[in-house]
Write a protein that binds this ligand. Sequence first.
Ligand code: FAD
Length: 477
Amino acid sequence: MTDIQVLTMSGSNVTLSAENVSNFASTLRGGLTLPGDDHYDEQREIWNAMIDRKPGMIVRCQGAADVTHAVQFAREHDLLVTVRGAGHNIAGSSIAEGGMLIDLSPMKSVYVDPSACIARVEPGVTLGDLDAETQLHGLATPVGINTTTGIAGLTLGGGFGWLSRKHGLTADNLLSADVVTADGTRLRASADENPDLFWGLRGGGGNFGIVTSFEFMLHPVGPEVMSGVIVHPFKDAPALLRSYREFAAQAPDELTVWVVLRKAPPLPFLSEDVHGTDVLIFACLYAGDMAEGEKALQPLRELGTPHADMISPHPYCGFQGAFDPLLTPGRRNYWKSHDFTELHDELLDVLTSAVPELPSPETEIFIAHMGGFTSRVPADATAYRHRDAQFIMNVHGRWEHAADDERGIGWCRDLFDAATPYATGGVYVNFMTEEEGGRVAEAYGASYDRLVQLKNTYDPDNVFRFNQNIAPSGGTA
Ligand SMILES: Cc1cc2nc3c(=O)[nH]c(=O)nc-3n(C[C@H](O)[C@H](O)[C@H](O)COP(=O)(O)OP(=O)(O)OC[C@H]3O[C@@H](n4cnc5c(N)ncnc54)[C@H](O)[C@@H]3O)c2cc1C
């Protein structure tokens, strides 16, 4: 081992002697990976290939003790710290050029207590890992729609997916969290212990400490659920979107229908002449009785003349992975997101006029169906603020080559700007890109000042700053 340079919070590099680094490494159950080591390049990869950074050191944590040692070592040397769950964050906030990457991805244990309907989950767990363990008992908690996403970042920002209209955000199902704070203290946060911190963890992102264990409430789900996609020719989109609006407004909490506008992928159930053409996809899941689900979905299935209707009973875990092939790691991704309380006619016109100009075969407009349970939680009950959102649009710009960045990013921004007059002004923090730090106040609305106070209490020096940052008052970003 030789001396190494690591970036500090003040922006300069510090030289750490080989002996110092080796002593630190010996405290870890996991391990330390340094530039030039085997696996360094593999371990610094994140989901969004647009972000390619080389951290000064990667601490591969195996437990809370490793996390605590990493935070203490970082504090001793004033190192810039980043925290990674599964590395899905679009802004690449889990990795900084030259900094200390605290990598939680090796912490993958899930313990399910089926009689109490709870799961204890380590922060390196992906949504697919969690569903696999909970579904063994016919249980689940609401999570996102892509199995390789990390439970940690998802929960701390809010988290929603097919079960959220029925059972709430992922954060609404959090019962407690074990946290290592900026001074290396270990705390439990729950409704009874450190309730202020518990409030902030449910939406406030990674601003207040490093969660080493999450405890979730579980619900009976599946193992089969009425679910699937209906794929329509895009020419019918204007009428279909207006019918969808009426349908979604009447939908029971059990039923969730998202809209996806994109070019048809080469799916085996679509005829070849449809591949690559513009389509509108309804993606549906009914979290309840199968026959009731069939009945609830019937009016949607009667709309238009679809290319394909794949609604039928599917294993819950299978449907959770349905979009995985469209969201694989390794592509360049750029997102823009808005919250909506209504889908105005003019907004629908904006969306449909953007689709013929899609900048790449993989770019898509996702409209998530919210409301239900998520909207009945009071806006100040958790740090996730935007309970009024009935729909969340995420424009997924996605392509292979850097040469396509300018055109693709331009298209996403133009669509975002055109949709702005119809949006609430709120935004889901987990969909914000790196450049959107200026929207953090929008993400937290009236809760922002309370979050600053919490930051003052738990992280006054802004150790956890490399994120959608809530800066302490008088602190530095
Ligand atoms: C393909 C794809 C699909 C998605 N679908 C959905 C969806 O359906 N619903 C939804 O709600 N979101 C969705 N998201 C967004 C997702 O919630 C965020 O990307 C989230 O940040 C992912 O968490 P992660 O642990 O993988 O991220 P990471 O990049 O590892 O971490 C993100 C940030 O979270 C913080 N963090 C991570 N772990 C910890 C910890 N243990 N303690 C403290 N802070 C921590 C850090 O600040 C870190 O920078 C999707 C993302 C992708 C890429």
